[in-house]
Design a protein around this ligand. Structure first.
Ligand code: AMP
Length: 283
């Protein structure tokens, strides 16, 4: 397994692979890897010749007062997980190499990124799209794998790939969970034992919503009331949003008539946790 830190060297490596007729799969991450990230590398593995996993804590997607400085890092552990998952190349650039002095170009999406995380993190998707476009240009992948845990991010990146004609396939990876149902996240490290115990309420509230939908409940207000009440049974939980939106457009829905994304962002102490499920009408 090779580790490349220079963006230019990464691009030369990718060009050499393409010249040799090899296909490239990219898994973009911010490191502090867990089984969720490894699962994305394993999805890429059989679908391409070379799996590139990038590790970059991207400063432009963090807002003022967010956890950029505290974001957990452990490169030695990340390397071991990558080796285990069959990664060929880790791309591990520095922030000054990705955003040299005078850097001034950013990408924006103006529909799917407006709501949900776009409300509480106004420049977040601008940073995400910018870095993902740069990673696409540096790693030249045939496919890139993104987790369904970040449901809005996945949809915004799909839109960018389509609208800017990036010649690659976006492959979704299912949410990987801890044994009790908590979605794996690098930020779970911030949870105190009490918060960690209560964080399972997120998955439970999604289960509750799925049960209501399966039982024929269609009204979004009713489903969301149950979800909120369940989460707020913890004194540690502070809901950022709990919404039911059209699965493709991410616009709010009043009733479950087509697949709807039930998406949660909830603060537990220092951690802001995301989770979601797609609800389908009973029939
Ligand atoms: P991050 O390092 O948190 O920026 O995540 C990098 C990629 O891993 C993104 O595509 C995430 O959606 C994905 N990811 C993070 N956690 C999980 C998980 N529990 N299951 C599946 N994919 C995940």
């Amino acid at each position: 397994m090779r580790v490349i830190t220079s963006p230019l060297e990464m691009q030369h490596h990718a060009l050499a692979l393409l010249a040799a007729g090899r296909t490239i799969g990219l898994v973009p991450t911010m490191g502090y890897l867990h089984e969720g990230h490894a699962s994305l590398a394993r999805i890429a593995r059989p679908r391409c010749d070379e799996v590139v996993l990038s590790i970059f804590v991207n400063p432009t997607q963090f807002g003022p007062g967010e956890d950029l400085d505290k974001y957990p890092r452990d490169f030695a552990r990340d390397e071991a997980i990558c080796r285990e998952a069959g990664v060929d190349t880790i791309f591990f650039p520095s922030a000054p190499d990705m955003y040299p002095a005078g850097y001034s170009v950013f990408l924006e999406e103006h529909a799917l990124s407006a709501g949900l995380c776009g409300v509480s993190r106004p420049n977040h998707f601008r940073g995400v799209l910018t870095v993902v476009a740069k990673l696409f240009n540096l790693c030249l992948p045939h496919l890139a794998v993104f987790g369904e845990k970040d449901a809005q991010q996945l949809r915004v990146i799909r839109q960018m790939t389509r609208d800017l004609n990036f010649p690659l396939e976006i492959v979704p990876g299912p949410i990987v969970r801890e044994a009790d149902g908590l979605a794996m996240s690098s930020r779970n490290k911030y949870l105190t034992p009490d918060e960690r115990r209560d964080a399972v309420l997120l998955r439970q509230s999604l289960d509750l919503a799925e049960m209501l939908a399966a039982g024929g409940v269609t009204e979004a207000a009713e489903i969301l009331r149950s979800v909120r009440d369940h989460i707020e049974s913890s004194p540690h939980a502070r809901i950022d949003y709990a919404v039911m939106v059209d699965d493709e457009m991410l616009t709010p829905v009043e009733a479950l008539r087509a697949p709807a994304l039930l998406a949660l962002a909830v603060h537990f102490g220092k951690a802001r946790l995301l989770d979601n499920t797609v609800l389908r009408p009973e029939s």
